[in-house]
Structures are given as C-alpha cells and as structure tokens.
Design a protein around this ligand. Structure first.
Ligand code: ATP
Ligand code: MG
Ligand code: MG
Length: 496
C-alpha cells in the first residue's frame, strides 16, 4: 500500500488474535508421553521417538485432545466439523525436530464462532474465524540475553507434542483494551470447561495482528470491508503470554504505526517480537506467506470422523449463564454473582452451601468471608473444597446462634485455614460456645454485686451505668452472650 500521510485522528485500529491454548490432557497429542512437564523437570526426559520426530515414528491421535477441542468449539458457539483432517506445516526451526508441525489447514475442527465480551459496560460479539488442533513445538531457552542478543540457546523437547488449540479471531477488535477483555473472558470459559490451567507456564500464547485503516472506511456499526482489511499492512506481534502483555504490546504498536503513517512512512508487513522487559516490539522477519509452509496432508493420520462423537460430548453451564442464574435463583446482586462465579470451583462450592442455608447468608460466607481469608493467605478455593462439610458446619454454628459472627470469622474460620482444625474443635478449645442462660444469669448477678457504684449511678438516672455493666457481663461470658439480651436482663434485675 502506498503510504498516504493521514493524520493520527484519521486512523482506526484493527486487531485480530491468534491464541494458542494448551489443552489439559494427561498425555501428548500424538504419543503416550506425559504432558506433566513442570518447569523444574529435567529437560528432554518426557520424550519418545514420536515427539522427537525420529524417522519412522508414527503418530496416534489422543482422543482426549479431540474431546477438549469439541468442548472449546461448543463453548465458542462454533460449528464443529463432522469430518476433519491433519496437515503438515513445514518450517525449519530448532524447536521443531521433524521440520514440520502437524496442524490443521483446510478443515479445522471448529469454525465460525463468537465470544461475547463486555468492555466498559458495552457488550460486543467477537467473531471466531476458526479453532484448530495442533502439536506444540519444544521450548527454547535463550542464554545470556533475549532472542536477538543471546550467546546461545538451549532446546527442551518436554513440551513438544503438548496438544494445542489455535483459536483465530476475526479482525474484530478496535482497541488493545478489547483484546484484554477478550482474553480474560476466553480464559474463564476454558477453565470452566476443565481443559485449561492458566497457572501453567506457557499455557496461553498470543500472536497479535494489528493494522491501521483509514477511519473513513469504518462503517457506523464498526464494520470494515474485506478489501480495506486486505489492503492494510499488518504486523504480527509474537511472544505475548498474558492479557496485560497483549494490551501493552498492542498499545506500543498503535503508537508506532500511527507515528509512521502520519509521517508518510509505510508500515512494513512483518513479524515482530514483543520484548516484555524492554516494553517494545522489535522487527524479526518479513511475514512468511502461506506458500512458504508447503502445507500438505499428513498421511500418517487417517481423516478424523467427529460426526456422532461430538453429540456425546457435553459442556457445563458457562460463566455468563451461571451468573445470570445465580442472580435469578438466589437473588444475588451483580457483584456477589460475579464473585461467586469467578471460577467453576467457587460456583460449585457456593451452590453446595446455598442448598443448605439461606442463599444470602451462604453468599456472605463464601464471597466475603471465605474468599477474603483465602485471598489474604494466597490460597485458592481448590485448597479447601474437600473441606466443604467443615465449612457448612461453621455456617450452621452461626445460623443456629451457637457462636457469634465475630468469633466465627475471627477465630474459627481463621483457625480452620491456618491450623486445619475442625470448627467444633476450635469452638471447644477456645470456649466460644454461646453462653447458656444460667451462665448469663450468674454473670448478671455477679456484675451487679461487684459494682455497687454503677448500681447507684443507675438508680440516680445515669444512662451510661448500664452500658458499663453490660461490658462487665460480656467480659465474664467471653463475649458469647447477646449484648441486647444482657442489657434487658440487667434493667429488669436493677428495677426489681
Ligand atoms: N487488516 C488486519 N489487521 C489486523 N489483523 C488482521 C487483519 N486482517 C486479518 N487479521 C487477523 O490476522 C489473523 C490471521 O491469522 P491466520 O492464522 O489466519 O493467518 P496467518 O497469521 O497468516 O498465519 P500463521 O498461522 O502462519 O501466523 C487473524 O486473527 C485475523 O483476524
Ligand atoms: Mg495462525
Ligand atoms: Mg499468524
């Protein structure tokens, strides 16, 4: 495209993402090697002739990876193919020992979907072009610098063959902020499906495509013609591994591209690398074209039939639907519903508690007290979900008035999390059980007996005197009496 010197105001930003998601399966996509390659795992130990690409080794497709891919397709409202197949994408790079990646080309397992995101309160559907299965290459470790400055590079093939899904969006984003909202939403959905672990290193890797188009070519509804999109020179930014990273890298590119164009220079169509530590993108190479990859059919894998199979693969209720249901069914406000559906595990936990108590009480205890204390300790709901019974017992103790809310929060819940003790044990040990009536009657009598001055003040009409006596009774009962009841009992006794 010949560069026309457009002013920055005359330019609109267009972004499309290619998101590589590691699917959580026990074994790799084409062999039986474990995918459990933790960071500290000895390099190149989770490998076999298949994932090392040794001559003659034959791939066998992992059914678990296909099921996960079908779930993703359903969750993204995409069309899941009836028949699909694999291709070889040829390129030469040290992370790819066989010099081709098994991926999908003309028949991806999922196509034409959408994901609804909400940006600053406004809902938008982001189109999904396609989502296909492929194998992950190995990982490279650049020593003594980053990719363009390192002294040397090490290769670890433990990751090679991990099932990946590449989710390609339409160029529907109009700002870096929108990509961040999309990635957060996507991750939430993938976690609900139980096929994704965000805490795993490298589980989400993003290529971000970005171009500038003349603002006058953008319709009122935000639509941009295929012709305009094809004419725009786009850069593809690689090495992005987080939502925040995507937003930052793209914000950098917006400024860089707008500056270039407003000065009458063309934006090169190229691949750039996001350098997280320097906060900049650097040019890597001109963008390879499709013909460079010499795609051809993977003859070692038969075509994949998903027609009947896909009907049997179910997905759970997704976050938006669950949030909506929580508001209707339990009468929760938007904020509680949102907190309580932040992960599937939190939502499941809440529903188990809400079944047994008033949903509002359950919401306070799970959303405010439990999540707050967990967050403070850097713990997750999954660290306590096996202790559901103990937690419901705690709420029961509060609901039936056996312990005060304050003690429940500050002593029992904290003791449960810090020492792993059961609520009843803590209540016994700390003597927190609500004082029985006899105990309170005795304490009231004692307080009156021991404080003749206060009694005199009371009779002289000093309102503060009774509060002092209530304090004495509370002290004697270890805070376990009800202050309102005590106040009334004292007045009755004093007025006798
Ligand atoms: N004008 C544009 N500006 C920004 N993004 C665009 C534009 N046109 C297309 N895109 C986006 O570029 C991406 C193209 O990804 P796709 O995987 O189809 O091809 P590719 O990047 O050429 O191939 P590869 O997988 O080898 O990187 C999509 O996310 C699409 O939305
Ligand atoms: Mg791609
Ligand atoms: Mg690409």
């Amino acid at each position: 495209m010949t560069a026309k010197a457009l002013s920055q105001r005359d330019l609109a930003t267009v972004i499309g993402l290619e998101v590589h998601v590691q699917l959580e399966t026990d074994t790799k996509i084409f062999c039986g090697c474990s995918t459990d390659a933790a960071e500290d795992e000895e390099p190149n130990t989770r490998t076999c002739p298949v994932c090392l690409g040794l001559p003659g080794a034959l791939p066998v497709l992992n059914e678990g990876a296909v099921e996960a891919a079908v779930k993703v397709g359903k969750a993204l409202n995409a069309t899941v193919a009836e028949h699909t197949r694999f291709h070889r994408k040829n390129y030469y790079y040290p992370d790819l020992p066989k010099n081709f990646q098994i991926t999908q080309y003309d028949a991806p397992i999922c196509a034409e979907g959408t994901l609804e995101v909400s940006v600053e309160g406004e809902r938008r559907d982001i189109g999904i072009e396609r989502a296909h299965l492929e194998e992950d290459p190995g990982s490279l470790q650049h020593k003594g610098g980053s990719i363009d400055t390192a002294d040397y590079t090490l290769v670890n093939y433990n990751r090679a063959g991990t099932p990946l899904m590449e989710i390609v969006t339409k160029p529907d984003f109009r700002s870096p902020q929108e990509t961040r909202a999309f990635l957060a939403k996507l991750e939430e959905v993938l976690e609900y499906l139980g096929i994704f672990d965000a805490t795993r290193d490298g589980s989400l890797r993003i290529d971000a495509n970005i171009s500038m188009v003349p603002a006058e070519n953008v319709g009122d509804d935000g639509a941009i013609s295929d012709e305009t999109l094809a004419e725009a020179n786009r850069t593809e930014v690689k090495n992005i591994s987080s939502h925040k990273g995507a937003e930052k890298a793209l914000a950098y590119e917006v400024t860089r591209q707008k500056n270039a164009i407003s000065r009458g220079r063309a934006v090169e169509q190229e691949t750039r690398h996001w350098d997280e530590s320097r906060g900049i993108t650097v040019s890597m190479r001109s963008k390879e074209e499709e013909k460079d990859y010499r795609y051809f059919r993977e003859a070692d894998l038969p075509p994949l039939e998903v027609a009947d199979w896909k009907e049997k693969i179910a997905i759970p209720e997704l976050p938006d639907a669950r949030r909506e249901r929580f508001r209707e069914e339990y009468g929760l406000d938007a904020e509680s519903a949102s907190k309580l559906t932040s992960t599937k595990e939190v939502a499941d936990f809440y529903e188990d508690v809400a079944e047994q108590f008033d949903p509002d009480l359950a919401a306070t205890w799970v959303a405010d007290n439990l999540l707050g204390e967990l967050n403070y300790r850097d713990m997750q709901i999954t660290d306590v979900s096996h202790r559901l019974d103990e937690f419901t017992r705690l709420v029961e103790l509060v609901a039936e008035g056996s312990i005060t809310t304050k003690n429940a929060e500050e002593v029992v819940l904290r003791g449960m999390l810090d020492d792993g003790d059961a609520p009843d044990d803590i209540v016994d040990r700390e003597g927190l059980g609500a004082a029985d009536d006899d105990e309170v009657v005795t304490a009231v009598a004692e307080a009156i007996e021991e404080n003749p001055d206060a009694v005199e003040d009371y009779h002289a009409g000093e309102g503060g005197a009774v509060n002092f006596l209530v304090g004495q009774v509370m002290q004697k009962t270890g805070g376990s009496a009800d202050p309102g009841d005590v106040n009334q009992m004292l007045r009755e006794k004093l007025d006798e």
